[in-house]
Design a protein around this ligand. Structure first.
Ligand SMILES: Cc1cc2nc3c(=O)[nH]c(=O)nc-3n(C[C@H](O)[C@H](O)[C@H](O)COP(=O)(O)OP(=O)(O)OC[C@H]3O[C@@H](n4cnc5c(N)ncnc54)[C@H](O)[C@@H]3O)c2cc1C
Length: 512
């Protein structure tokens, strides 16, 4: 909890303080999802969302600032670690698959209620491939396939090391592969490509339709806790007008802007937290002969010592009606916390209380630091070599390097060590549940519905029982469902969203 501070006269908000039941800071996919959930659960609550940019979903949630993968555990190896005995632990893949199904069911509910749509504007079927190379990589992929294949969330997963089958899955990756290196792939035709920017704007429209007040081009400049209320000062970036909102519940979904706001508000839990920004870069092409030869998202193995977010992948994307391939990510350094942030962001976040954590994180994560330094120093030739592991005949002139979003990694002390928090998301709840914030960026937009239900549970524990029946119809819980129910839930959500049905393994025939 923070103490009162005097307001400088020049910074004084004009007009009366405006009372709200909920204030959401930021209009990315997370705030927009939470706002829609709350507007469904409590239609009478006065909700205001405040976004500093002129449009919603332009930062991390923008189509060009993320890879658009509907993460469901179908192809990402970081969710299926190998056990010492060589078998594969599928539990994280099942969890992320369940979280994505929760998102699908939430979006399906909104489409059925005519609150968002059309779903084809933000959701497309794009098969997900897992790509194994070398004897070890192929062995791992086979073990991964065995671990997942019996589960209803992975019911259409296929495995092949047959060059003809692989070439039919992606002519670009497997069609003309020189050399004798063993390769194999898994394929899940149920995979998706999601334009989270469009989705965010659809959610914000739904929020407005429900009577919420969405203030674009308006920056939150400070937060203060007084009694049992939060006072939120805002600045209209076009007119310079300053206003003040007062609310008993605040959600800080400001992406990279979250930690600086919490620091300004002197939220005690973040005193010793630091953050470190990493930007993602991708190679991109729109050449029709390349784009047409890879209608899939293919995920490979991370390099030794590299973090899970660095897993190389070649993605088919559709953005604004045009088709592209994206390959990456490559890490780069920028001290900004938002794509539209300031060069001084990193420096301004350093305080006496968090400096030891920053230094300890550098000391205790040497392999990661080494990886980042190597990435920053990487030449265009090295990037092309990485691409050629996927696209053997890739030519430099067909691909351009683009900078995607900023990931602001959370640094904190765990067990006496400085830790980069697993490149994961941390839900922070403060001041008796009156403030919730999201720190970190992964597993990302795909899990927005499940993550925001967790935020509701952490913020409003006393209301959850009363909300449960309504929540069950908005975003029905998935955990603990029987296999048959899970399969029907997948089918129902996909049908409502206009996605093709899952063709299950039993219909694909054996052997695969
Ligand atoms: C390179 C990369 C690839 C990714 N790939 C994927 C993927 O394939 N699949 C996936 O599911 N996820 C992916 N992610 C993660 C995903 O993009 C994020 O988890 C998600 O978009 C975060 O949404 P958000 O709403 O928290 O943040 P944002 O979308 O960044 O929204 C925060 C909003 O807050 C606003 N804001 C900030 N400060 C203030 C302030 N003071 N006042 C008012 N407004 C403010 C910002 O302008 C912004 O609009 C990827 C991320 C990166 C960086």
């Amino acid at each position: 909890m923070t103490g009162d501070r005097r307001v400088l006269p020049s910074r004084r908000a004009s007009g009366a303080v405006e009372d709200r039941d909920v204030v959401l800071i930021g209009a990315g996919v997370m705030s927009a999802t939470l706002g829609v959930l709350l507007s469904e659960l409590e239609p009478d609550w006065r909700i205001t969302a405040v976004e500093r940019l002129a449009e919603a979903g332009l930062e991390s949630s923008s189509a060009w600032n993320n890879a658009g993968t509907g993460h469901a555990g179908l192809c990402e190896f970081n969710y299926t670690p190998r056990r010492p005995d060589g078998s594969v632990d599928a539990s994280s893949a099942v969890r992320i698959g369940e979280q994505f199904l929760t998102s699908l069911r939430f979006w399906a509910h909104l489409v059925e209620q005519d609150l968002i749509g059309p779903p084809q504007a933000f959701l497309r079927p794009v098969p997900h491939l897992g790509f194994g190379r070398g004897a070890d990589g192929v062995g791992y992929l086979r073990a991964r396939f065995e671990a997942l294949r019996g589960h209803p969330l992975f019911a259409d997963l296929e495995f092949s090391d047959d060059p003809a089958v692989l070439a039919s899955w992606s002519p670009l990756v497997f069609g003309d592969r020189p050399g004798s290196e063993p390769v194999a792939a898994t394929r899940a035709a149920q995979g998706t490509d999601v334009n989270f920017g469009v989705l965010t704007r659809q959610l914000v429209s739904a929020l407005r339709a429900r009577g919420a007040d969405v203030r674009l081009g308006t920056e939150v400049t400070s937060l203060r806790r007084r009694g049992d209320q939060w006072h939120v000062r805002t600045l209209d970036r076009a007119t310079g007008a300053r206003r003040e909102l007062r609310t008993p519940y605040l959600f800080v979904g400001a992406g990279g802007g979250t930690l600086p706001l919490l620091q300004k508000a002197r939220v005690p839990e973040v005193r010793r937290y630091g953050v470190f920004p990493i930007s993602g870069q991708f190679l991109r092409t729109s050449r029709p002969e390349l784009v047409g030869a890879h209608r899939a998202k293919a995920y490979g193995h991370a390099m030794p010592g590299a973090p899970a977010i660095s897993v190389p992948h070649l993605d088919h994307r559709t953005v604004d009606g045009k088709q592209y391939l994206l390959f990456g990510p490559f890490a780069a350094f920028s001290p900004r916390f938002l794509v539209s942030g300031r060069w001084s962001d990193l420096l301004r976040s350093v305080r006496p209380a968090n400096l030891p954590v920053l230094l300890a994180s550098l000391r205790d994560n040497r392999s990661l630091v080494g990886y980042l330094v190597g990435q920053v120093a990487q030449t265009s030739g090295a990037r092309l070599a990485a691409l050629r592991a996927f696209v053997p005949g890739a030519r430099a002139e067909d691909w351009e390097l683009i900078t995607a979003g900023q990931r602001v990694q959370l640094l904190k002390r765990t067990d006496g060590r400085g830790t980069m928090v697993g490149f994961g998301t941390e839900i922070l709840v403060s001041a008796g549940g009156s403030l919730a914030a999201l720190l970190g960026a992964s597993p990302g937009a795909s899990t927005a519905a499940a993550t925001m239900i967790d935020v509701l549970a952490a913020s409003f524990p006393d209301r959850m029982a009363g909300w449960a029946p309504r929540l069950r119809s908005i975003a029905p819980p998935v955990e603990g469902m029987s296999e048959g129910d899970l399969a029907s839930a997948v089918d129902g959500a996909r049908a409502a969203l206009g996605l093709p049905p899952v063709v299950r393994a039993v219909d694909l025939g054996e052997p695969r």
